[in-house]
Design a protein around this ligand. Structure first.
Ligand code: ATP
Ligand code: MG
Length: 382
């Protein structure tokens, strides 16, 4: 019978953490497999999936390998622990050319042969069936694994599929990610989910200056991020009035600086409302005027909870590479305007001094504007 073996990395499993980590991981695996029929079991330091529809094997593998906390998977044949069955399965899945070796693990000490003897016998049978193969014990192209379990069953498998690793979502606290329609913020969301954070997203839009398609694009991005983050609700905040107020009352070169401070304050308020302990942005040092150290200082100084910027040290190329890998890139580059692009100053300040920022901002009724924006949040489940 074909089974799927799921391994997780054990570094996180010290002491009391084990049950916490495992129950999150199991529940997340079951979430991504909700549309499949299967049997799930735990057996020391791994999970085994049996009795599934083999025509859907690839889809199941794709779903599981993107669950954070999963280290690797193998599709194995599960056979009775009897050399004749083990060998037949091994011959069946062995490569037909190149070099190989057989690796045997014997957890069942009642099995009458040593692991060395099993490897030698099975290797011999494989060689007989595929005369073009060669054995290489040190740097084989392929490894055929034989895992003799205590329960009288043996797993035989040829490849190990690498999964995403990371920490299970739900084990790293809660964060609110500021999600624009750009390339960076969906990647930032992915990175924090990878460290086990449960995410909520917040998007600022400036209807009617920005279109409904621009908002839809963000929801589409959120849906892709949700594949990894597993749960994702988007709070859409109407930013038009705030931007109009800044435009009217503040010098144009401070537009972005002040806008960012409003975004951060609102994100923090929403984070606190939902018990989240961090705000996440897609900023990368020096990428644009609003991401110099001085600009980040100005934005950061209104925050009283941690702000995580997982892309701070990444080059654009590196961010794009991840965006392509996780499938957000094609949507991110669709040409819709972002709220940051309206009232855009010709020469934004790149090194805002905090005294000047405070002076400029004092022309506005900050808390009233924020309360009004928060009173009109549209919450969307993607
Ligand atoms: P991105 O590719 O994520 O849009 P960017 O390089 O365009 O980033 P900025 O536009 O300066 O950079 O935005 C910096 C960060 O501020 C974004 O990564 C995002 O976290 C947040 N942000 C910007 N605009 C919005 C928005 N309209 N709604 C929510 N968050 C936003
Ligand atoms: Mg942007």
């Amino acid at each position: 019978m074909k089974v799927i073996i799921i391994r997780y990395s054990e570094i996180h499993l010290k002491g009391n953490n084990r049950e916490f980590f495992e129950s999150a991981l199991v529940s997340n695996i079951k979430t991504v497999l909700r549309d499949f029929q299967y049997e799930f079991s735990r057996s020391n330091a791994r999970y085994v999936i049996r009795n599934f529809d083999e025509t859907r094997l690839e889809d199941m593998i794709d779903a599981i390998k993107n669950v954070f906390g999963v280290h690797s998977l193998s599709v194995a044949e599960e056979v009775p622990s009897d050399l004749k069955f083990i060998s037949a399965a091994a011959v069946n899945i062995a490569p037909v050319s190149g070099t190989f070796k057989v690796n045997t693990n014997r957890a069942d000490k009642r099995f009458p042969m040593t692991s060395m003897q099993v490897s030698a016998e099975v290797g011999g049978d494989i060689l007989q069936a595929h005369p073009d193969l060669k054995v290489d014990l040190y740097e084989p192209d392929n490894v055929v694994s034989v895992d003799i379990r205590e329960n009288g069953k043996t797993f035989v498998y040829a490849d190990t599929i690498k999964a995403v690793n990371g920490m299970p979502v739900g084990t790293g606290g809660k964060g609110v990610v500021m999600l624009s329609g750009g390339i960076d913020s969906p990647v930032a969301a992915y990175m924090m989910a990878k460290r086990g954070m449960t995410l909520r997203a917040i998007h600022f839009h400036s209807f009617p200056y920005t279109s409904m398609q621009a908002k839809q694009k963000v929801l589409d991005l959120a849906r892709i991020v949700k594949k990894y983050a597993l749960h994702l609700t988007v709070d859409v905040v109407r930013f038009t009035e705030i931007q109009t107020a800044i435009h009217e009352k503040c010098p144009e070169e401070y537009m972005i600086t002040i806008m960012r401070r409003f975004m951060m304050r609102i994100a923090e308020r929403i984070a606190r409302m939902h018990g989240a302990g961090a705000v996440i942005t897609g900023e990368s040092l020096g990428q644009v005027a609003s991401q110099t150290l001085e600009s980040i200082t100005s934005t950061n100084s209104v925050a009283t909870i941690p702000v995580f910027r997982p892309l701070i040290g990444f080059d654009k190329d590196e961010i794009i590479e991840i965006a392509q890998k996780i499938g957000t890139f094609e949507t991110s580059i669709l040409p819709y305007e972002d709220c940051c692009t309206i009232f855009l100053p010709k020469r934004p300040v790149t090194k805002p001094r905090i005294e000047n920022v405070l002076k400029v901002e004092s022309a506005l009724n900050v808390s009233a504007l924020i309360d009004e924006a928060l009173a009109n949040v549209e919450t969307i489940t993607v």
